[in-house]
Design a protein around this ligand. Structure first.
Ligand code: 6PG
Length: 477
């Protein structure tokens, strides 16, 4: 018997995807650059299902039924191109190559176009949920042709997470759409993590709570509208005590956040598309600031308020204020991310169903949360929604949160606690509210120094003022 799908690249993500497929009754061909990993998988997990180990590219390809479906799970970048070139010459028209790594969507577009020329389907697919997700049910975001989804879709849906019986997998759109959406997922992940981290810092800095107490606060929040995987693991990390020192784990970890690049890509593309994704950008910059030991010269050189705590009535409602500010800021971050997906869709000609994206993020992935069901509902009710901030429930939640939100940002500023995520989210909200923005002044400045012209509120056309002359006459450009 032949295999219905093959996995090449059997490090932990590839291995777990292969096991997940086998556990669902699919026969899986296995291949790895070195044979050792292939043998180990069969030795350790062979009893979980039907595996066909292959020790050469030819053997691997021959083990697959047609159309052949090969999942590549290697380090994104050149290794992916190398593996594609290893297999593509052995494949036949209609066969499908799936790249399940965190590839840049522009690479996916290039690879898809090249392989299409050769009669092959190339499906760049986002997979979220880490090692555990890969084994027990990830959120899966496949791009590529509709035709490829006919054979591949049922397999992927089968192994994906399920929420209320719905698979957390859907065809996102052509060529690089899946990797684009996975990229934005990761950007939102960065923003969400930053906001949660700021909430911790505020509760500690303004109230003087210990990490274990704050873990309790997060645990409580996790029973309400903030219910999410990231809040849940935050509580666990904060409650953890370092075995060696007996100190809170979070106090013995170096406070320099690392990144592998998907958040940075999201911001780069956001800039290219002209989408204000300030929440994601601040989150990426906050990580890079944390890593600049040389810049972090400290409070002796950079004076500010000594970090006194809130007292009495001020302290009383502060944790609830932070909960509301967190929820409102989170809505802003997601609104920005979904706008970026919308913009990417228009730019690259993908017909992306935003409600479906929210739906497949409800389970399996790192940003899975109860609140994604509300986002799904918002886009199902109104697919062309300009921003999630105008949709009923979110609109009301943000309006209700705003006094708390302002108090939290003001308190942070007064106490000298950096909250770039909360602050930029509030500035974005106020930017959308403002009847007039000082952008008019910027237009004046641009016209003054560079004759860049401006538009008027009362007439059509482009205008220039002769700033250097005495009469400052206006002319139509
Ligand atoms: C996921 C994660 C996964 C990975 C992040 C980590 O959806 O499963 O997002 O892709 O853990 O890319 O990213 P950083 O190393 O950049 O924080």
């Amino acid at each position: 018997d032949k295999a219905s799908i093959g996995v090449t690249g059997l490090a932990v993500m590839g291995r777990n995807l292969a096991r997940n497929l086998a556990r669902h009754g699919h026969t899986v061909a296995l291949h790895n650059r070195t044979d050792k990993r292939t043998r180990e998988l069969v030795d350790q997990f062979g009893s979980e299902g039907e595996f066909i180990p292959a020790y050469s590219a030819r053997e691997f390809v021959d083990a697959l039924e047609r159309p052949r479906q090969i999942v590549i799970m290697v380090k994104a970048g050149e290794p992916t191109d190398a593996v594609i070139e290893e297999f593509a010459p052995l494949l036949e028209s209609g066969d499908v190559i799936v790249d399940a790594g965190n590839a840049h969507f522009a690479d996916t577009r290039r690879r898809e176009a090249q392989l299409r020329e050769r009669g092959l389907h190339f499906v760049g697919t986002g997979v979220s949920g880490g090692e555990e997700g890969a084994l027990h049910g990830p959120s899966i975001m496949p791009g590529g042709s509709k035709a490829s989804y006919e054979s591949l879709g049922p397999l992927l849906e089968d192994i994906s997470a399920k929420v209320d019986g719905d698979p957390c997998c859907t065809h996102i759109g052509a060529d690089g759409a899946g990797h684009f959406v996975k990229m934005v997922h990761n950007g939102i992940e960065y923003a969400d993590m930053q906001l949660i981290a700021e909430s911790f810092d505020l509760l500690r800095g303004a109230l003087g709570h210990e990490p274990a107490q704050i873990a309790e606060v997060f645990r409580t929040w996790n029973t309400g509208r903030l219910d999410s995987y990231l809040i849940e693991i935050t509580a666990q990390v904060l409650a953890h005590t370092d075995a060696g020192t007996g100190k809170p784990f979070v106090d013995v970890v170096a406070d320099q956040a690392e990144q592998k690049g998907t958040g940075r890509w999201t911001v780069q593309i956001g800039l290219d598309l002209g989408v204000p994704i300030s929440g994601i950008a601040e989150a990426v910059f906050a990580r890079s600031l944390s890593g600049h030991a040389d810049l972090r010269i400290g409070s002796r050189e950079l004076p500010g308020p000594s970090r006194s705590k809130l007292k009495g009535a001020e302290a009383e409602g502060f944790a609830d204020d932070v909960e509301r500010a967190l929820y409102a800021s989170k809505i802003v971050a997601y609104a920005q991310g979904f706008n970026q997906i919308q913009a990417g869709g228009s730019e690259y000609g993908w017909d992306i169903d935003l409600g479906a994206v929210a739906s497949i993020w409800r389970g399996g992935c790192i940003i899975r949360a109860k609140f994604l069901d509300d986002i799904r509902g918002a886009y199902e009710a109104e697919p062309g929604l300009p921003t999630l901030l105008t949709s009923g429930g979110f609109n009301a939640a943000v309006a209700d949160a705003q006094d708390s939100w302002r108090r939290v940002v003001a308190t942070a500023a007064q106490l000298g606690i950096p909250t770039p995520g909360f602050s930029t989210a509030l500035a974005y909200y106020d930017g959308l509210r403002a009847p007039r923005l000082p952008a008019a002044l910027i237009q004046g400045q641009r016209d003054f120094f560079g004759a860049h012209t401006y538009r008027r509120t009362d007439r059509d056309g482009a205008f220039h003022t002769a700033w250097a002359t005495d009469d400052r006459a206006e002319s139509e450009a």
